[in-house]
Design a protein around this ligand. Structure first.
Ligand SMILES: [Mg+2]
Length: 356
């Protein structure tokens, strides 16, 4: 397909999904600060919270104990994953009424490519509107949606009018929309990259547009080229349905290189919680082939180590970390943990190969 043909991407993001489901099922909670997550002991973290709790500064991924300090009346409910999965399945089925090109990012968030849809005369805006209405009618939950010519902008758009909002970025709006957008909103720009850019006086996409592609690739490698495109509102990533995914991982780059000590277990625990959340979301129906660790050492050497398993296990990740860190025996700048999935496509080819 010609990459210059404008695509129509919708990003749908449920509003505080887990908390919204719990509140829907117990209306007495409606006017109260509510969160879903782990208990304050055992270093529990929140998965999500409602907007009343957010007024107190409570956020998802925050330690439950800390959230309770900010908001002592916060009602913290345990995770009832089966309910969220059931709702997610219904939402996914609604998406599939409009397109097969659905890429879930988690249980409550997905990209849809509706470029080829003929419904509503092909208006992505009307499709997004109808999807939000259907979700409300079917589940009594609100969704926010963003419509744009690519994934990067669609995701920003869905957050623009949250909660219960719809925001559209047309191709002709891009130039104007992007210029004031903070660089930290760019897909793939984490805390560390944002700080590097700020240190060079680059705060907005317009600031970043002043740098050449070569300048950016010199500083950020391959990612520099993505930065060059994204600060102009360009993003060529395709919407990829779930079955294509071969692996899933989370990683963290440190502000300062770290040594592997007892303290590292806390970092690993956080990464593990993130990974499990994503695994339970987008990949709950996938079979795991192995779990792996990736590290970057302070000398920029990168290493990975994997272990075959069908079920991920935290202590195995710790084991892998200790083994891999011995390879260089110096400080570490990045740790990533992940899994590879068994790919059905491959299996099918393999069987065919044997038959013929
Ligand atoms: Mg959400």
């Amino acid at each position: 397909m010609n990459s210059h043909v404008s695509r129509k991407i919708i990003h749908v993001d449920m509003d505080c999904f887990y908390a919204a489901i719990e509140i829907r099922d117990d209306p007495a909670l409606a006017e109260k600060p509510v969160a879903v997550g782990g208990s304050p002991n055992e270093r529990g973290v929140l998965c999500t919270c409602n907007y009343i709790a957010r007024k107190f500064g409570v956020r998802s991924a925050m330690a439950t104990a800390y959230a309770l300090k900010l908001c002592p009346d916060l009602i913290v409910l345990p995770v009832t994953m089966h309910k969220y999965k059931a709702a997610a399945k219904i939402i996914h089925d609604i998406f599939r009424e409009y397109t097969d090109l659905v890429e879930p990012l988690s249980l409550d968030e997905a990209y849809l490519d509706v470029s080829s849809s003929t419904l509503h005369q092909g208006s992505a805006t009307l499709i997004a509107k109808e999807i939000r209405e259907k979700i409300w009618k079917t589940l009594h939950l609100t969704a926010s949606a963003g419509v744009a010519p690519n994934k990067f902008l669609a995701k920003i758009a869905s957050g623009w009018k949250k909660p219960n909002g719809l925001f559209v970025i047309r191709p002709t709006d891009i130039e104007n929309f992007i210029k004031d957008l903070p660089v930290k909103k760019i897909h793939g720009v984490g805390k560390v990259t944002a700080e590097k850019l700020h240190a060079r006086g680059l705060y907005t996409c317009l600031d970043l547009q002043k740098l050449s592609r070569i300048d950016l690739t010199d500083h950020f490698g391959k990612f520099g080229s993505q930065l060059y495109d994204q600060c102009r509102g360009i993003d060529h990533r395709k919407v990829e349905p779930n079955r294509m995914r071969k692996s899933l991982s989370v990683e963290r780059t440190f502000n300062k290189d770290i040594a592997i000590t007892q303290e590292t277990i806390h970092i690993m625990k956080d990464l593990y919680d993130q990974l499990m959340k994503r695994l339970n979301g987008i990949a709950h129906n996938r079979q795991i082939k192995n779990q792996y660790i990736k590290v970057k050492f302070s000398n920029f050497k990168q290493a990975t180590l994997e272990r075959a398993t069908h079920e991920v296990n935290f202590s195995q990740y710790m084991q892998l970390l200790f083994e891999i860190s011995k390879r260089e025996n110096i400080q570490i700048r990045l740790i990533g943990i992940g899994v590879h999935f068994i790919c059905d496509e491959k299996k099918k080819n393999f069987i065919q190969h044997k038959l013929f």
